[in-house]
Ligand binder design. Sequence first.
Ligand code: ADP
Ligand code: MG
Length: 355
Amino acid sequence: MAGSREAGVRELDRATVERIAAGEVITRPARVVAELVENALDAGAERIDVEVDGDGTDRIRVADDGCGMNREDAALAVEPHTTSKIRDAGDLAAADTLGFRGEALASVADAGTLELTTNADDDEIGTRVRVADGETAVADAGRARGTTVEVTELFADRPARRESLASPAREFGRVSELLADYALARPDVAFSLTHDGRETLRTPGTGTTDALVAIYDRETAGHATAFDHRADLETGAGSEPMVGWELRAEGALVAPAVTRSTRDHVHLAVNGRPVANEALRRAVASGYGTLVPSGREPVAVVRLSLPAETVDANVHPAKERVALRDGNTVADAVETGVRDALTTADLRRSGEVAM
Ligand code: ADP
Ligand code: MG
């Protein structure tokens, strides 16, 4: 029985399932990509290759070189509410993985046809699990260690979903932005993105500067300065104050010689997950202050490391937004970190940025 093993994929109990933010996760092709990329990162992948055809409903394929799955786990993983990442609601608060709800693969399989090819051990034969029209088939498959998930016929039987999608270019644009955000959240991982057979993005997994070159250009990357700010935060607000926890904000700040006209170039990540958080974005912009001319916006990569207990990713089904405990204190610390780093940086010179 799965539950008796130390590790491995198992089904969550009802009480835990009910604590998990409900809601439809798979609303558009980019959500499929996000869930599959997060699974690859949770599996310890160093390399993640994403392929998209058309608007993504035709085909999405994500291949990783992570830990893979044995046959038993692979067959179980496509079932609803099965996960290897948490055991029960008690683990939710401290979950340090990107996934924890155990429903992504099942939801994807429900919304389209899913074929998962995986191998946990190069010396063993791999496994292919195919879920189509509610039927699951398991077979042998040759594959090196890692996992490939291919999704086809997405929303084939959901005309309302299909109709709610934007043009293929817009839908692919969302995938492209999403992948850039993951690549900047995890510059130690090599990502590639291929659209209709043409490679549109490749980051080498060798740090923030190289990722910025790939996502922006040499000029932008050349103006980036590494920053790494740590703050000991005295108390946390709320019913159970926390004393003496450490915030780390690190990444790269592009000197204000290079700015953009839109606000979406502050790339934020919290504990390895790209997030949209208006308070934090504003904190970064305030850190630049008047260095950025009015009407222009900064380019920055800001990755926060916070104790898992201070972050609640369980507020939004897609986890795109997170709730931060004592968010104002965190925002103030980020603003200070950015301002200090910009004050000490030589903003005219191109800077080298570490990982
Ligand atoms: P969750 O990520 O919330 O656990 P998922 O439905 O996304 O739920 O995945 C279910 C389980 O399948 C995961 O807990 C993990 O054990 C396994 N899994 C999914 N994708 C991969 C992958 N790319 N590599 C290794 N294991 C995976
Ligand atoms: Mg997952």
